[in-house]
Ligand binder design. Structure first.
Ligand SMILES: Nc1ncnc2c1ncn2[C@@H]1O[C@H](COP(=O)(O)OP(=O)(O)OP(=O)(O)O)[C@@H](O)[C@H]1O
Length: 637
């Protein structure tokens, strides 16, 4: 049977890109210890699920997946039928769990309170099969969150409500920003989720000012974000928020807030060549409060390492937008945690928040729920997009999965959004991009230096072409080529070889020595003698690197929506291919739309928009189940 798997089924699945080489290799390695073909197929599937962002294989999906696969090899369907026996098709979870639990490769776990498996590469928990390493990450994150949720600080620091009044003028409707600050002031862990312009940075700045005011000693606060770009944005937006709040908040409170954010990698301390960081449980981070922005981009292993490195009494505040794309790597911790939002808040929490802020939250109280729900704050009002903004309305319609509203928006005459669905739209997108980059290109007429490069980079970052895919006519590779070619033909730049003045690039790997990080954008311009690639480094300094010194990079006239996370542009051109593919999801559409601050040109067919709005991403994990089980165990104690 295993022979059939490796000789016949796997090559077909690889050819169809349904399995990767790495999935098959892992199964082959395991075949030395495990004769059961079903288990070996499960090994390849677990590995494949990880590659697609899932933390584990949900055994309930077995029949659906197998049926699709067996249809690809009809001549083998009979021979392979034992991979999907009737009892598995009828009750996949219990039958497969019982079968895999017997494998020497698998450690079956009945309670997440058990110690992680040692020595077995796979762990089985609650109908899910994990690589044991990922089970351990998830179990650690769940355990941390569970402890943080049940050790909620019920007693407020003296004077909390008076201090809140200084920060937030009373208003008639519920002030969710004040609620978020009150929540975070009392607890060890708080998650603040909100769409663009809902005031996440403003809120966290006020929160930090409050914590500074409450602390007798100077407070050790650190700010961080998953990517260099997001860290630079946080640095910028915190400094703007500090300035705009200076008139209303005492200077001494604001003075204790750091002015710079770092990447998570830098915060934790990379050890070259090793996955572990310098700061971990045995060497915790020297801080008392940590704020992490763009938390939807944090994958499960990174979240586990971050939580492990926090000192026991430190406060953690995660900021993010739960509706954005999840991390590229496996896991969607922010999205998973936010599922508890549907459980409202506890009566006790509503009472505490009313005491602190004066707002009555009875309408949000539900009797039963996980205590983590009291640590979640949703900012619901956008201060950036008013009712006349098409971008805000479109983003909201997409988020609700409301396809009819997504279609109706285009006839409402919004001046900031435009849909291009005609046959010539690809050529039109190239022309619009070439036109939009003119102000940026004008900088190239004079020799570049660090001072001039500030506006060079700012003008380049004003506009961006975003694609959903890499390949094909609608992908970044072809768009990058088309835009560069067009600008060359128009005489706006002279393309000579790979490097030419005006070429924008995006770094695709971290280079700690140079201080350049995955996602950083630089542009090539001559300093009068040599071509340099100008970047703004995380500390705000501009540096011109010789092209030969750069780590791996790609041309960046166009970039993927995935890579644009954590960035915003005044004007965005969003290109979606006419055919559906697995990448085209609601979250991708929402993320692409919300990168635009002032203007969005969307190149897509109405059909693709409808389908994307209806296709919410699923990321399989056991985090919520683990948390619920941990809570039941806690209640039973
Ligand atoms: N309560 C408020 N009342 C009026 N204006 C506000 C309020 N909160 C925030 N703003 C303004 O709205 C804008 C967006 O706020 P902020 O940058 O804090 O939001 P954000 O959620 O961090 O945005 P981003 O999408 O950039 O992450 C800022 O100009 C800010 O001054």
């Amino acid at each position: 049977m295993s022979e059939l798997l490796f000789r016949q089924l796997f090559p077909v699945l690889r050819e169809q890109r349904l399995l990767r080489d790495i999935d098959i290799e892992l199964a082959r390695t395991c075949a030395r210890f495990e004769p059961d073909a079903m288990m070996l197929l499960a090994v390849a599937l677990v590995s494949n699920e990880l590659g697609r962002g899932h933390v584990c294989l949900a055994l309930s999906h077995w029949p659906e997946r197998l049926t699709q696969w067996l249809a690809l090899v009809p001549e083998l369907a009979l021979a392979l039928a034992s991979l999907l026996p009737r009892e598995v098709a009828a009750h996949p979870e219990p039958v497969l769990s019982a079968r895999f639990a017997d494998s020497a490769l698998v450690y079956p776990v009945t309670s997440p309170a058990e110690l992680p498996a040692h020595g077995r590469p796979f762990t089985l928990f609650a109908g899910r099969l994990y690589l044991s390493r990922y089970y351990a990450f998830e179990q650690f994150v769940a355990g941390w969150l569970q402890r943080a949720a049940v050790t909620n600080e019920t007693s407020a620091a003296a004077g909390l409500s008076q201090q809140l009044v200084k920060l937030f003028a009373p208003q008639t409707e519920t002030d969710w920003q004040a609620i978020a600050v009150a929540t975070a002031a009392r607890g060890r862990f708080t998650l603040i989720s909100g769409g663009p312009g809902t005031g996440k940075t403003t809120t966290v700045t006020k929160l930090l000012a409050l914590l500074v005011a409450q602390s007798e000693q100077p407070l050790l606060i650190r700010l961080a974000a998953p990517t260099g770009k997001a860290a630079a944005r946080l640095t910028e937006s915190i400094s703007k928020a500090r300035q705009s709040l200076a008139a209303t908040i005492p200077g001494a409170w604001l003075a204790g807030i750091p002015t710079e954010a770092s990447t998570l990698h830098r915060l934790l301390g990379v050890i070259p060549g090793q996955p572990e960081f310098r700061h971990r449980a045995e060497n915790p981070l020297p801080l008392e409060v940590l704020v992490v922005d763009e938390a939807s981009m944090i994958d499960l292993p990174m979240m586990a390492r971050l939580l492990a490195a926090l000192p026991p009494r430190a406060k953690l505040i995660l900021l993010g937008d739960k509706d954005q794309l999840a991390s590229v790597e496996a896991g969607a911790v922010l999205g998973d945690i936010c599922q508890f939002v549907t459980q409202g808040i506890s009566a006790a929490q509503a009472g505490r928040l009313q005491q602190d802020t004066g707002y009555a939250l009875q309408a949000y109280v539900q009797t039963a729920g996980h205590p983590l729900r009291d640590r979640l704050c949703l900012l619901r009002k956008s201060y950036r997009f008013d009712a006349r903004s098409g971008i805000g309305q479109l983003a909201a319609a997409v988020n609700q999965g409301n396809a009819a509203a997504v279609q109706a928006i285009w006839s409402q005459d919004f001046s900031d959004i435009r849909l291009h669905s005609d046959e010539q739209r690809l050529a039109h997108a190239v022309a619009l991009a070439a036109n939009g980059y003119q102000r940026y290109l004008a900088h190239l007429h004079q020799p570049m230096d660090a001072t001039r490069a500030v506006s060079l980079l700012a003008d380049f970052n004003d506009l961006r072409v975003l694609c959903a895919v890499h390949d094909g006519p609608w992908g970044i590779n072809s768009m990058n080529e088309a835009i560069a070619q067009r600008l060359h033909q128009q005489g706006d730049l002279v393309r000579e070889g790979d490097w030419y003045a005006g070429r924008p690039v995006m770094i695709t790997e971290n280079d700690y020595g140079l201080g350049l990080y995955n996602g950083d954008i630089g542009v090539a311009a001559s300093d009068g003698e040599r071509l340099r690639v100008w970047f703004q480094l995380p500390d705000g300094h501009i540096h011109g690197f010789l092209p030969s010194r750069l780590p791996a990079h790609d041309t960046a006239w166009a970039m993927t929506v995935h890579k644009s996370q954590g960035s915003e542009f005044s004007h965005t051109l969003l290109l979606l291919p006419p055919e559906m593919n697995p990448l085209l999801t609601r979250e991708l559409l929402y993320t692409g739309i919300t990168r635009a601050r002032q203007r969005l040109d969307l190149f897509a067919t109405p059909d693709v928009l409808t389908r994307m709005a209806g296709k919410a991403t699923e990321r399989y994990s056991g985090l919520v189940t683990m948390l619920e089980t941990m809570q039941r165990l806690h209640d039973a104690e």
